[in-house]
Design a protein around this ligand. Structure first.
Ligand code: MTE
Ligand code: MO
Length: 314
């Protein structure tokens, strides 16, 4: 049992791809099998979505990759564990709590939120710290809209997020193998959380979120590594001090609080200069492309960090 595992660079990084895929049967025949086996749990419901403030011409990753190749350690540590083992998870009804340093604490009924006319589509790049990427069309509500409802106090400086704890429905919370102490927790500085790009997604590809992607509501912060995008959120608290975060607790020298995508700051065990494009094909197999500073969102977010040394605050 590994003491802690994440970004062990996954077997997919260290074994030749062909072997990895045939072993896990993630792709090809295996993937088709997965979608059939899992179709019972997807129960995707179409959402009313409109193109919002940030239209994009990026080409989305084929849906079967975005919903079949996942990190969601509550359901296991392999990329196909979430799609294979999240079928017993029941995301609705769901109450999202917003509390802490606010004037008006909120209990948000996510079933109601799913009917909201404010749901917009955001096609975002998604870069995992493990060195792979996708482009995902999310449907959601800007995080700032919900935070504003709660009216943060001036003493609030950070936002702390907590995922659900349900060992009876989440095998990875029962077996203890990952070494994570549940709930999975994440955090943002308040100005990052209020940035218009920060999204609470309730859907993807025009339908409600599949369990494996963080149903019924998850965070998406496109200029940061994927692990900041905490799934199946139950509680959001406005706080004074920097909250602790799951991967930072496990390996503080490898995963910082900020986790901004940065091709010039390598992970201690691998380079962050390029990324595997999941679901892509070239003559030579999967494509690799250069990783962009702030994952390509520098124009919108660089100002948030103008006085910071990004090597120290990685
Ligand atoms: N609760 C929870 N949230 C999580 C994770 C997790 O294991 N548990 N994994 C993170 C990581 S490492 C990534 S890359 C993204 C993956 O999101 P996706 O599977 O929807 O692509 O979810 C993040 N959110
Ligand atoms: Mo990740």
């Amino acid at each position: 049992m590994p003491e802690f595992s994440y970004p062990k660079p996954l077997s997919s990084e260290i074994t030749p791809k062909e072997i990895y895929y045939s072993r896990r049967k993630v792709l090809g025949v295996g993937l088709a099998g997965v979608s059939v086996a899992a179709s019972g749990q997807l129960k995707a419901a179409p959402l009313k979505t409109h193109t919002g403030a940030f239209p994009s011409s990026l080409d989305p990753t084929p849906k079967e990759f975005a919903t079949g190749y996942n990190n969601f350690y509550e359901f296991g540590m392999e990329k196909d564990d979430p799609v294979l083992h999240s079928g017993d998870f029941h995301p609705l009804p769901w109450t999202l709590e917003i509390s802490g340093l606010v004037n008006k604490p909120q209990q948000i009924d996510v079933e109601e939120l799913l009917k909201s006319k404010e749901i917009e589509e955001r096609i975002y790049r998604m870069r995992c710290v493990e060195g792979w990427s996708m482009v995902i069309p999310w449907d959601g509500i800007p995080l700032r809209s919900l935070l504003m409802l709660a009216e943060p106090l001036s003493s609030a400086r950070y936002v702390a997020f907590e995922s659900v704890v349900r060992p009876s429905e989440m095998a990875g919370q029962k077996d203890g193998i990952s070494g994570i102490s549940w709930p999975y927790v994440e955090g943002l500085r308040l100005d990052e959380a209020m940035h218009p790009l920060s999204l609470l997604a309730v859907g993807m590809y025009g339908d409600s979120l599949p369990n494996q992607n963080g149903a019924p509501i998850r965070l998406v912060v496109p200029w940061k590594y994927g692990f900041k995008g905490i799934k199946s959120i139950q509680r959001i608290r406005l706080v004074k001090d920097m909250p602790s975060t799951t991967w930072n607790k496990l390996a503080p020298d490898e995963y910082g609080f900020y986790a901004n995508v940065n091709p010039k700051v390598d992970h201690p065990r691998w380079s962050q200069a390029t990324e595997r494009v999941i679901g892509s094909k070239s003559l030579f197999g999967e494509k690799r492309q250069p990783t962009l500073m702030f994952n390509g969102y520098g124009e919108q977010v660089a100002d948030l960090y103008k006085d910071m040394d990004l090597r120290v605050n990685f």
